[in-house]
Design a protein around this ligand. Sequence first.
Ligand code: AMP
Ligand code: ZN
Length: 488
Amino acid sequence: MQLKIYNSLTAEKEIFKPILEGNVGMYVCGPTVYSNVHLGNVRTFLSFDFIYRTLMHLGYKVRYVRNITDAGHLTDDGNVDNDRFVKQTRLEKLEPMEIVQKYTVDFHKVLDMFNLLPPNIEPTATGHIVEQIELTQKLIERGFAYESNGSVYFDVLEYNKRGLNYGELSKRNIEELFANTRDLDGQGEKKNPQDFALWKKASPAHIMRWNSPWGEGFPGWHLECTAMSTKYLGETFDIHGGGMDLKFPHHECEIAQGKACNDAAPVNYWMHANMLTMNSQRMSKSTGNYILPMQLVTGDNDFFEKPFHPSIVRFCFLQAHYRSVLDISNDAMIASEKGFIRLMEAVKVLNSMTADDTKQSGFNLQEWKNKAYDALTDDFNSPILIAHLFEAVKYIFALNDGKETISTADLEDLKTTLNAFIFDVLGLQTVEENNNEKLDQTLKVLIELRNQARKSKNFELSDQIRDKLLAEGIELKDGRDGTSYVLN
Ligand code: AMP
Ligand code: ZN
């Protein structure tokens, strides 16, 4: 069985050859923890969780590193005043590290809800300032970077002059890049507008700042990933992942930094996950077309007619290949729910089944397993894998109806294989039947009791009901149409 991975760098599916046989080093760009992650962010992390699970299932020993971006960095328009942390600190009147803590906790809570496995190492940008300063110094010493007015920039033209190719990942041509760049920040400081910051001088308003050989400042965003990936995985490692939108400039810059520092390509396989859209429009905070994961799970939103269990959301995401755009809509979620319930019913039926020793199987199990593993090893093709799982589902229901037969050995094999695919590889979890409905009914009873207490002016009791529910993470909201609840 050969694993094939689509490598964004070569734009080809390649046979995966790890640097150290049986081992995989994988780095995935983590979140910028200045606000809640939206469902689009979750899709990317979930895609890599599936990839991580698959690698382990195939027998690899994986070191999975996913960072937390907690140092202020420039936004895409390069304007330091738009630093996301600075803005959010002002907005929420919190210390920068309070913002970081608040949204890191939220991030973990959300990923846990969708049953993502934690990475082996989760380094933070602020915890690796020393490494980033050292890398910047090395790049200056090697002639790939220059200081200007307390900031340090990577010299893109110099990089290309030495026969290297800035633009190799995003397939951009440097001349085009120079012609199309509009530079807002660092105007006049850079030799060329395409040069990117390795270290940025802190303006008086900038709160997150560190001492450096170039004065007080903060590191550039691209540098943190080079510092942390090479520290934990080596100067060249196997897999680097992230969302499609990070290809340029972020990953392009990582390649340039790695090659300029170590004379070697930092990554053998670049993997990019495609975007989540909602009602055919890309999910993004800036356009307002986004939903928080919790809102989908509680039903507290204007896009979906009912709440969906996290495992159903996970199943829906995995029904699309990680390199395809996935559009979620009410209809798509309802369809996923149906499929999910059928799959879970089948595995339950299968697990309680016993075989008759005298019977032969009417199903070629080995052939089915081969097809399933072919899908899994063909660039992690989860939708094809799921399609094969449903062939088994059909067979299981036919067995249950007495219309098919299975041998004892095959039954055990099918049980082991199907359970592994569903729970270990796809990472699905069973949903307690009617759990949501039961909770809903119980809360309606409590809301009714609270209303009665208020009517009879027993405010002590009505407040007690509200406060006790709140302590359990259930918030009652009194509106014109009565009282509703939100699960926090
Ligand atoms: P950020 O916190 O903005 O750095 O984003 C974290 C991750 O989410 C990155 O890998 C992005 O590529 C990814 N991402 C952002 N928007 C979407 C989306 N609509 N669909 C899928 N992934 C996304
Ligand atoms: Zn990164």
